[in-house]
Design a protein around this ligand. Structure first.
Ligand code: XIL
Length: 371
């Protein structure tokens, strides 16, 4: 009798353990905290999603995403090259799937992005008349923002319109539409998407000169009586060199304009780089030193990364009345774009979860701020 009881008890314990390992909040049978729950009274927690992820190709990954994040930005599929591949052809299918994914799992979608000089459709290359650029600009914003009004929570209306010194970046839009094109983009988005929050997004716009340019741009939009709801600081930073002072100053200055402040593409890379920023067309040549951590991240770097994330989140929490969202650019170190940019095929470690979705020291430092 005792033996039977023991066998039953052992089986039950085994089943319980197996069940625990399958629970969404667990990796390797251990329960881990959820980022979105940890910061639920502070700000939204987002991630960038690729097709495999929002198509739910891997059920474990889906569970993981749904447990950790309550906001998401498509990594590529809403960029003009993908959603508007030919002059009169739009491909809404992936974006529709993404919207469905968000609805099903209570994840708010940030559309990214309507007007950007990179990842433009091929027909925009070599476009040489103001009339055609204007037609693309109007039709694109009207059609895409209109289609997803009320379906996405927000749009990055314009992405990366500024140079490092705060002047307007030379793009096909600036060349043919002139200085006011950013205001015009917001005006069109406001008409097409009255129920969607509208943001300006850039990298390095926490740096003083670029920030000043960004503030001037925002004031211009506001002075024209056009709606802008928030500003996104992408947050592609480097380990040991996160510009905390400039970030805090930026949160204060942008919030003083009446805008929500967001960190929209957060990652802290650990590999060598000979330039700053996140211009996607910029590349670096590989050498013997450019991919040093293929066998794993040294403990010292891991600790520095954890300390950087801890300081950043401390700052975000200090200004939680102004910061509305923190979005990581990717889910784990295995799927970050930084494994392939600015050099292909490197082994990078910029996020809170490792290649098996296991939390890193940085994750524990960040969640400990709330405990
Ligand atoms: C990146 C994607 O992550 C890559 O998959 C793609 O090849 C290039 O673009 N700033 C942005 C993002 O606003 O859209 C970029 O995303 C990263 C830099």
């Amino acid at each position: 009798m005792i033996q039977i009881k023991q066998v039953v008890a052992t089986c039950m314990a085994g089943l319980l353990l197996a069940g625990l390992a399958l629970l969404p909040g667990t990796t390797y049978g251990q329960t881990i905290p959820s980022l979105k729950d940890t910061f639920k009274n502070d700000f939204g927690i987002g991630t960038a999603l690729n097709n495999a992820q929002f198509e739910e190709r891997d059920p474990q990954m889906t569970q993981f995403i749904v447990r950790q994040f309550n906001m998401a930005t498509p990594e590529n599929i809403m960029k003009s090259a993908l959603i508007h591949p030919k002059w009169d052809t739009y491909n809404f299918e992936p974006a529709d799937k993404l919207v469905q994914f968000g609805k099903k799992h209570n994840i708010l979608i940030n559309g990214h992005t309507l007007i950007w000089h990179s990842q433009l459709p091929p027909f925009m290359r070599g476009m040489k008349s103001a009339d055609s650029v204007r037609t693309f600009f109007n039709d694109h914003i009207k059609t895409v923002a209109g289609r997803f009004d009320g379906k996405v929570f927000s749009w990055d209306v314009v992405n990366e319109a500024l140079n490092e010194d705060g002047t307007m970046r030379k793009t096909v839009f600036l060349d043919y539409l002139g200085d006011d094109y950013v205001t015009e983009a917001f005006r069109l988005a406001q008409q097409a998407a009255p129920n969607t929050e509208l943001y300006y997004n850039d990298y390095n716009n926490e740096q003083p000169a670029k920030r000043a340019g960004c503030i001037a741009l925002i004031k211009k939009i506001q002075a024209a009586g056009v709606r802008i709801d928030g500003v996104g600081i992408q947050g592609h930073w480097h380990v040991g060199r996160v510009p905390l002072k400039a970030i805090e100053e930026s949160i204060l200055q942008y919030a003083a304009l009446g805008l929500k402040v967001m960190f929209t593409e957060l990652d802290i890379e650990v590999l060598p780089r000979n330039f700053q920023g996140a211009e996607v067309s910029q590349r670096m040549t590989a050498n013997e030193q450019s991919n040093p951590y293929t066998a794993g991240l040294p403990d010292g770097v891991q600790q520095q990364l954890a300390a950087d994330y801890e300081s950043l989140f401390k700052l975000f929490l200090k200004h939680k009345d102004k910061v509305t969202r923190v979005t990581f650019w990717g889910i784990n170190d295995g799927n970050t774009w930084l494994n392939n940019w600015p050099i292909r095929g490197r082994t990078n470690y910029p996020l809170l979860f490792d290649r098996n979705n296991k939390p890193k020291s940085a994750f524990y430092k960040v969640v400990a701020l709330k405990n």
